[in-house]
Design a protein around this ligand. Sequence first.
Ligand SMILES: Nc1ncnc2c1ncn2[C@@H]1O[C@H](COP(=O)(O)OP(=O)(O)OP(=O)(O)O)[C@@H](O)[C@H]1O
Ligand SMILES: [Mg+2]
Length: 260
Amino acid sequence: MTTEPSAAAPAHPAGPPALQITDLRVVFDGFVAVDGVDLTVPVGDLRFLIGPNGAGKTTLVDAVTGLVKATGSARFGELELLGRDVHRIARLGVGRTFQTATVFEELTVLQNLDIAAGAGRSAWTMLRRRGGVPDDVAEALTTVGLVDQRDQLAGTLAHGQKQWLEIGMLLVQNARLLLLDEPVAGMSHEERDATGELLSLLAEHRTVVVIEHDMEFLRRFARTVTVLHGGRVLSEGTVAQVQADPRVQEVYLGHQAVEA
Ligand SMILES: Nc1ncnc2c1ncn2[C@@H]1O[C@H](COP(=O)(O)OP(=O)(O)OP(=O)(O)O)[C@@H](O)[C@H]1O
Ligand SMILES: [Mg+2]
């Protein structure tokens, strides 16, 4: 059975940076969406990235994963990601999900995982494993809790299960850094709890960055938090530190006042 890397690897924020972003800038037709962001995420962190609508959260992830052009630097371990092609970045071990799940609805859960696994494999490996479910796919099914849905069409999965399948697809691609864009949006309470547990489990051996709006979810599961506002880092620290920051309160209170 394929196992996660040895437990000797540091599981908590103290290790070397998995992601080191320096002076990241993204400009769309003169509009500065990401305005000189510095962000360091240590190996094994479960980092929440929060901020009001339009803060630049998704654009930051787009820049790191090669979807939009950016200046500055985004290093994954020793490797510079900026300037590399989307597929190459994925193959290096940087996986991301989107605000709406992107699974193949007409294929089964297993087929979705198989395709994702195949993306990083040679034809020879594909041939050899035709007979059964490969270890890494079986393990991903278990990790994301979709063993019983293995042969179900992805299109018939519950909303939360689709997000878990997408995370499973990153696992079989052996993503070491997972960037998840609002994974619990639209989920039930039970699905949120299960997702939080899943992310905590993943962060034992991988590095997870979660964009999220749900404050209750953040309070329960975040190890560290970075707040973006207007394309810049407004605040960073533990949940308690960030919550106590008057600048954060101002941004979020202003928000609530508008919504009230
Ligand atoms: N392709 C684009 N062209 C022009 N402007 C864009 C583009 N993508 C994003 N923007 C703008 O950049 C800013 C940051 O957008 P982004 O989607 O990164 O915000 P966000 O923090 O993810 O917000 P949300 O919480 O609503 O998802 C917004 O003002 C948005 O309108
Ligand atoms: Mg967004």
